[in-house]
Design a protein around this ligand. Structure first.
Ligand code: CA
Length: 245
């Protein structure tokens, strides 16, 4: 069975000269593909395991579509964009995209990114979780931070935090070694692709989002020129981290 077998994709692309060959190649690769050509259709389409989203759509702004898809579910989103500038990329990731591919893109590169993003999204919670991945509910009564890699849920004092996939991976990595400085390069290598070529500012954007969601900026200490360190605030014990498997 091919590694792509059974992965369902929603392709949102209005240009048939891109969509036609792309969908054909994806189907040939073993993906199950649904193709829509507008933002409105994307927002009403059934959930897939992963969404490929063209930003230049005829009816709605692509970033708005991205945000609304993200509000609806944690399904991973890879954006297809012709614009290559840092601000655009940061805005995209803030809109909830998990990754992006620049047009024109190579098909092999796209498939590699789909596989990488999908791999990171499974192993718990998501819509594509394997039935065998069912897990017991995490312990609830404990104060402090609980990062549950099995269900990909995070509880802070019993309250569940709504984290984007990359934010979860980032927090899980920092929380697994509280009090220890984690170099930026190590974070980028683990949380993003090892061949990540994007702006390292992306990391700072995700850290800022995590601090906001943790509600207390002191949780994550910036070590200038080095990286980041998770420091549980006073009175909040060491985080509990449950590995994914
Ligand atoms: Ca387009």
């Amino acid at each position: 069975m091919s590694p792509t077998h059974g992965i369902s994709l929603l392709v949102v692309e209005d240009d048939p000269s891109i969509g036609d060959p792309l969908v054909e190649a994806l189907v040939h690769e073993g993906f199950t593909v649904q193709w829509v050509t507008s933002g409105t259709e994307a927002l009403s389409a059934p959930l897939a395991d992963l969404i490929l989203l063209d930003l230049g759509l005829p009816d709605l702004d692509g970033r708005e579509v991205c945000r609304r898809l993200r509000d609806r579910s944690p399904v991973p989103i890879i954006v297809l964009t012709a614009r290559d500038d840092e601000l655009e990329r940061v805005l995209l990731l803030e809109s909830g995209a998990d990754d992006y591919v620049l047009k024109p893109f190579g098909f092999r590169e796209l498939v590699a990114r789909i596989r990488a993003v999908h791999r990171r999204s499974v192993g718990g919670g998501g819509p594509s979780a394997e039935p065998g991945g069912a897990t017991a509910p995490p312990p609830r009564d404990e104060a402090g931070l609980l990062v549950d890699g099995r269900s990909r849920r995070v509880l802070l004092d019993g309250r569940e935090l709504d984290l984007a996939p990359k934010e979860f991976d980032l927090l899980a990595m920092l929380a697994s070694e509280p009090g220890r400085a984690i170099p930026r390069a190590a974070i980028i290598e683990k949380v993003w692709d090892e061949n990540w070529w994007g702006p390292t500012k992306t990391l700072d954007v995700h850290i800022a989002a995590l601090r906001r969601k943790l509600g207390e900026p002191g949780w994550i200490t910036t070590l200038r020129g080095v990286g980041y360190r998770l420091d549980p605030p006073p009175g909040c014990g060491a985080p509990t981290v449950i590995e994914a498997s």
